[in-house]
Ligand binder design. Structure first.
Ligand SMILES: O=C(O)CCC(=O)C(=O)O
Ligand SMILES: [Fe+2]
Length: 298
């Protein structure tokens, strides 16, 4: 991964030999993941199992998706934040466009999304997204967002997506190798350039709360320059209804008093997109919503 300044950004290879639970390789992988999430709140995942061809086909489909008429895009609507289509607008960015596909590991939701966008059918859209992903800790559904960022006017360096911390539990981002994603490390913005077999894993606010503040929710944004548009796909972990975000007791002691009250994920998610929260910096919303002061020791 290319970065602008001299910071060793973690790149972690998820090779099949490390993915066998309980083995030495797996423990070593877990440790690296934890350290990366504690230090940076994100890391580069190198995962060769998804072929270059599958990626190429997916971004090809996205190019078709952004071409569908706007009346159809508007049908991808949802009362839930993050879940529907957002076109270029001042609140987000005039360069941004994003589609939401809720419960993307469920074949029927992928099919109904495809039917909305292509009422006469699409020969390929449903392949590949229908696999069930298991979660260890929090039972969640996967929300996929397909995003396009337009190139800025010649010579400009413009915002594609404002600086924020993620409100879902976690995010996995994949792009078409046009860089734009930047993370904030010690007050400096670092541009990431993902390799053709990489993804970026990002810790969201609820995961920070679950870990009693040990994991970092990284501030990130998209800035566009050059003459090419950028396509990206984000897979967000959205806990199922009624999920309470609660730090396990093993993570609370005298040195690490409980920082946040237990809360219902959906209450926080809706709060983060409510009018009162709009005036609070994205990275401060978790604190405003759930901080216990003073913190409580176990
Ligand atoms: O498009 C990207 O690379 C980042 C998207 C993102 O941060 C988000 O949608 O929360
Ligand atoms: Fe994000």
């Amino acid at each position: 991964m290319g970065v602008q300044v001299d910071i060793e950004f973690p790149t972690i290879e998820f090779s099949p030999s490390y993915l066998k639970r309980g083995t030495d390789g797996w423990h070593c992988l877990c440790k690296r993941v934890r350290e990366a999430c504690e230090t940076f709140g994100c890391f580069e995942v190198v995962y060769e199992k998804i072929s270059a061809k599958a990626r190429e086909e997916t971004f090809g489909l996205m190019k078709e998706l952004v071409e569908v008429p706007v009346e159809r895009k508007q049908k991808n609507a949802s009362p839930m934040p993050y879940h529907g289509w957002v076109g270029p607008c001042n609140q987000v960015s005039m360069l941004y466009e994003g589609f939401g596909l809720g419960d993307a590991s469920n074949y029927d939701s992928v099919k109904s999304f495809a039917q909305l966008m292509w009422p006469d059918g699409h020969p390929h859209f449903c392949y590949g997204l229908g696999e069930k992903w298991e979660s260890v800790m929090i039972n969640y559904k996967t929300l996929v967002r397909f995003m396009k960022y337009m190139a800025p006017p010649p010579g400009e360096y413009e915002r594609g997506l404002f600086a924020h911390t993620d409100k879902p539990v976690s995010t996995i981002i994949c792009d078409d190798q046009i860089s734009g994603l930047e993370i904030e490390v010690n007050g400096q913005w670092i541009k990431l350039s993902l390799s053709p077999s990489s993804f970026c894993f990002v810790v969201g606010d609820p995961l920070k709360a679950w870990s009693n503040g040990r994991l970092k929710a990284v501030n990130h944004r998209v800035m566009m320059s050059g003459d090419k548009g950028r396509y990206s796909i984000a897979a967000f972990a959205i806990p199922v209804e009624g999920t309470i975000i609660k730090a396990p007791k093993e993570l609370i002691d005298e040195q690490h008093p409980q920082l946040y009250k237990d809360f219902d994920f959906m209450d926080f998610f809706l709060y983060a997109f409510s009018d009162p929260a709009k005036h609070i910096d994205s990275g401060e919303q978790l604190h405003a919503f759930a901080s216990l002061s003073p913190p409580i020791s176990n």
